[in-house]
Design a protein around this ligand. Structure first.
Ligand code: ZN
Length: 108
């Protein structure tokens, strides 16, 4: 298990046009070091008419954002935070909030 930002994590945007906003990770691209975050880094794409869709238009969608621009939001204290590796009572590797020292990864 990696100790990075993962899918479904809540994150805070540190820089860029969406600075200060929060969103949920939809998808992570580990090799690229980027992720798609719900409602963050939205871009407008112009689509051309196709045989099936006769009218072209504008589609708004999220573009990937660099992970270094994101900070994990702790589900316990609700603050953007860094985290470190630790173990829960069952010996599972978990992420721990540097601010409140609580376990970030909840059991599923
Ligand atoms: Zn915390």
């Amino acid at each position: 298990m990696s100790l990075r930002i993962k899918k479904n994590d809540r994150v805070y945007v540190l820089s860029g046009k969406d600075k200060g906003k929060e969103g949920k990770i939809i998808k992570v691209f580990p090799k690229e070091g980027r992720a798609i975050v719900e409602g963050i880094n939205r871009i407008k794409r112009h689509t051309r008419p196709t045989p099936t869709i006769r009218q072209g238009g504008i589609i708004e969608r999220e573009a990937p954002i660099y992970l270094c621009k994101l900070m994990l939001v702790c589900p316990n204290c609700g603050q953007p935070t860094r985290f470190f590796a630790g173990f829960d009572s069952n010996g599972n590797k978990v992420r721990i909030c540097k601010k409140c020292k609580e376990i970030i990864d909840r059991k599923e």
